[in-house]
Design a protein around this ligand. Sequence first.
Ligand code: HEC
Ligand code: HEC
Ligand code: HEC
Ligand code: HEC
Ligand code: HEC
Length: 480
Amino acid sequence: MKKKMRSLFLPLLACAFAAGLFGLQSNDAARVEEAAARPPSLTEQTVDPAEWGRHFPRQYEDHLRTSELTGTKYGGGGSGSPAANRLEENPRLKILYSGYVFSADYRARRGHAYMLSDQRETLRVKAPFSQSGGCLQCHASNVAVYRNQGIASGAPGTPDEPLTSRNGYDQLMRGFEKVGKMPFDEATKLVNHTLACIDCHDPKNMELRVTRPAFIQGIRALAASEATAAQFPSIEKWRGGNRAEPYDPNAMASRQEKRSFVCGQCHAEYFCNFETTLFYPWNNGLKANEIENYYNSYKFPDGRTFSDWKHENSGAEVLKAQHPEFELWSQGIHSRRGVSCADCHMQSRQEGENRISDHWIRSPLLGKMEACQDCHQSTAEEIRAEVQDIQERTHKMLRRAEDSVVELIRALADARAAGYEDRQLREAQEYQRGAQWRVDFVGSENSMGIHASGEAFRLLTEAMDLAARGRTAVHNIQLR
Ligand code: HEC
Ligand code: HEC
Ligand code: HEC
Ligand code: HEC
Ligand code: HEC
């Protein structure tokens, strides 16, 4: 019989808060020490992690281990290279993505060490496809590159001013826009490091900071929206103020919020192409439904309503979700309780005087689940069983929901083959858009439901309902 988690959650809250507070104090002290020992040689232009590693060897060694090939049942890319092929593992995806680049090549993710090479090697960036320099934003260390490019296009100041100064931000944004307009092949030549220390840390004091321009703009738009932001106290606080300055995550977020923001700056839904600068669709909120509303209201410069592509078989204008980890996490119990990405994915350990955060960022299931035990008073096996339970449930539901959308696509394709025109099938195509968005939101999110089990389940249920309505709509047209 399955062991219950019962007990774990009862004494947990008090414990979570206590752990959080103590953690904060001891780590702040450690940080101050680190800062005091801070090497003056690190600057806003020190990109190579090896140079940072001379001063912080533990974190550097961990960081290098992201090149180790790992896999769990639903996580990682497996032990082979290139990473596991998602299209072969799940043939439904080929049908869902028909007519789009993702039907050519779509693999499982793996460690940060591979982000640059995997992007350069995917068929999605090779002819006949063409991608923009926007792709670079989350696959390389690019803070220094963006700033230097920004200065070259006339942004004021020098490259060694703090990133978070007015000039620093200005340089970053201008460079980001410039690089985003380049063809991918040209842009990727500008970078030569994968994720590096400077992408998450201020070289002056090692404080956490976000550096991805689209995140800074996206979270700003979220702050300015009406959407709930209870997970982010600093946004609520900003909303209560005079709003003279836009929300700035680096100046305003708490350390605990930054422990999620540094990950959310890349692990998030986005759009980029040659027509528009890369953006995160958070103007109406972070929920899948709110993002969908934003996309449905978004117009390309030529006036077309937003879609990622037109489905080859069904003719529907559809959406593709991409790794919405930040968004799904934000709808789960952990974010509501203030548990950050780093709390689970960067387990800390004590080494003598120092607290070291594990910079071998990976699936928590590969470790001993000690990070979880900071709060959950149960054995590693019990926690694992609970995770497995949620993942299996989500996986089963996900496949059923995908089947349901595939059936709708087939019904639409059959109707088109029988001579029905897209204008007659529009209602059913709209149902496909909604159903497929929800299915893909859960399937492209990389935790198999763990980051927000209830929300994932809700989305899949809605997807099945929409797909069924779509099939009825096709059927009704054929009866007419
Ligand atoms: C409560 C702990 C917890 C929190 C908080 C959390 N995660 Fe996870 N995450 C997990 C677990 C458990 C998995 C499933 C790992 C697996 O299947 O091997 C996972 C999976 C992932 C994966 C896929 C891992 C892989 O090996 O393929 C990514 C990427 C990820 N999380 C990123 C994030 C980001 C970004 C955040 C914050 C926005 C976050 N996580 C917050 C526990 C957490
Ligand atoms: C610069 C963008 C960026 C940042 C910042 C970032 N990631 Fe990632 N992450 C990626 C990309 C890209 C991949 C996939 C690399 C690949 O498959 O080649 C990835 C992969 C992962 C994986 C899968 C690892 C594996 O071994 O399978 C996990 C887990 C993960 N990230 C968690 C996090 C967490 C937690 C944070 C914050 C502490 C974070 N990431 C910060 C871009 C980023
Ligand atoms: C907003 C940040 C972001 C942007 C922009 C981005 N990626 Fe990624 N990419 C990620 C993250 C995070 C992962 C790891 C999680 C996953 O695989 O879902 C990833 C994984 C990948 C992978 C490995 C898995 C796969 O999908 O086959 C490839 C290849 C890739 N991206 C290519 C691209 C290309 C091409 C572009 C430009 C169209 C791009 N990326 C733009 C964040 C980003
Ligand atoms: C994806 C973001 C990310 C990257 C990249 C990154 N770190 Fe960190 N680092 C963190 C987080 C999160 C913490 C925890 C900070 C806190 O809680 O205040 C941290 C903490 C630290 C600390 C304080 C002590 C500790 O371990 O908690 C040092 C020193 C450090 N990192 C060094 C490095 C070095 C050196 C590199 C490059 C090899 C690096 N970091 C790359 C996110 C990152
Ligand atoms: C800082 C505290 C904290 C940490 C660390 C933490 N959790 Fe949690 N977890 C919570 C809280 C609080 C809840 C909500 C409990 C409740 O309301 O019953 C929760 C709930 C859960 C649930 C039930 C969620 C659901 O959707 O049904 C699972 C599963 C879980 N945690 C797994 C993990 C795993 C796995 C890890 C480590 C990778 C982890 N937790 C780390 C505090 C934490």
